[in-house]
Design a protein around this ligand. Structure first.
Ligand code: GAR
Length: 209
């Protein structure tokens, strides 16, 4: 890993538990990811992710959509918080909202998400339950750039897990989550090392220099 270059400055957005946020922080601690989390933002009061940030001494902000008069105003506040923190990249880690044009105007191609399915299959909510109910043999997770659609942006990396006949939403979610914790830091490190290039709908991963 190149340590001479400046660290990639991450703004992490999380609505809940924050296990992906933790996995990213761990990868940074273990020098697998040349980055720094400069702010953790949640839209949910009491989200465990906020407490996790606090314990790590990472700046955290609670920005609740309901306290704004419009979606634009909310997204403007989000942009401002990310810019003030000096973020290079916005990392959605279990952030359960759609970001629109107001946000993406400022952070287009600089916002990534992890989704617990093999996109374009099973976008949106309850992806793991959708996979179990459909009866697919394989599912997994996808790290992708965020565009205005629901889980539709260019795909950076995917990981595959088997789906078993007796799987429930919980058992499949746990199997996928393990892969998420490995895949997200790996994708972020590819970005940090300048190896990720968007070419239209596709993403090219450059060989290491
Ligand atoms: C993860 O499984 C993530 O892929 C999913 O929420 C969970 C968050 O867990 N995200 C989505 O479904 C987004 N559409 P975490 O808070 O422990 O990281």
């Amino acid at each position: 890993m190149s340590t001479g270059s400046p660290k990639l400055r991450l703004a992490v957005l999380a609505s809940g538990r924050g296990s992906n946020f933790e996995a990213i922080c761990q990868a940074i601690d273990e020098n697998r990811l040349h980055a720094e989390v400069v702010i953790l933002i949640s839209d949910k009061p009491g989200a465990p992710a906020l407490e996790k940030a606090h314990r790590r001494g990472i700046e955290s902000r609670l920005i609740v959509p309901a306290s704004f008069t419009s979606r634009e105003a909310y997204e403007q506040a989000m942009v401002k918080a990310c810019q003030e923190a000096g973020a290079d990249l916005v990392v959605l880690a279990g952030y359960m909202r759609i970001l629109g044009q107001t946000f993406l105007r400022e952070f287009r191609h600089k916002t990534v998400n992890i989704h617990p399915a093999l996109l374009p299959a099973f976008p949106g909510l309850h992806a793991q339950l959708q996979a179990v109910e459909y009866g697919v043999r394989y599912s997994g997770c996808t790290v992708h750039f965020v565009d205005e659609g629901v889980d539709t942006g260019p795909i950076i990396l995917q990981a595959v897990v088997p789906v078993y006949f007796d799987d429930t939403e919980d058992t499949l979610s746990a199997r996928i989550l393990e892969e998420e914790h490995r895949l997200y830091p790996e994708a972020l490190q590819l970005i940090a090392s300048g190896r990720v290039v968007i070419e239209g709908r596709k993403v090219r991963i450059l060989s290491p220099k």
